[in-house]
Design a protein around this ligand. Sequence first.
Ligand SMILES: [Zn+2]
Length: 124
Amino acid sequence: MISLDKLMEGAATLADGAAKVTGDLVQKGKKQVDQIALENKLAKAQRQLGALVYSLHKNGEKNDALVERYVQAIADVEAEITALSELSVEQPEPQQETATYCPQCGAEVDPGAIFCARCGNKLL
Ligand SMILES: [Zn+2]
């Protein structure tokens, strides 16, 4: 006899599984958002550094400390983006073997087969 406790346990396990999948999807979406935000931050810092260097150069000034701070900030963001993209490296999908059919009799044959296993028609 199946007890109510066992049924509840089974239902809880199923719910946990569903919650985990949903969590992964949310995590994946968040990671993409993070990456976009970081890329925006990087582009912005690069633009600001460019503008700073341009204006310093134009006015014959030097402010290496400030330039250095921008360079460091850009390097930090780049490192964050690299770390994030390394996290999201996914295993490539296994190549799907396409089914091959014998033109003579229509039987499904192995993609590498030379002769049809049913009628013996030469396939290659
Ligand atoms: Zn055949």
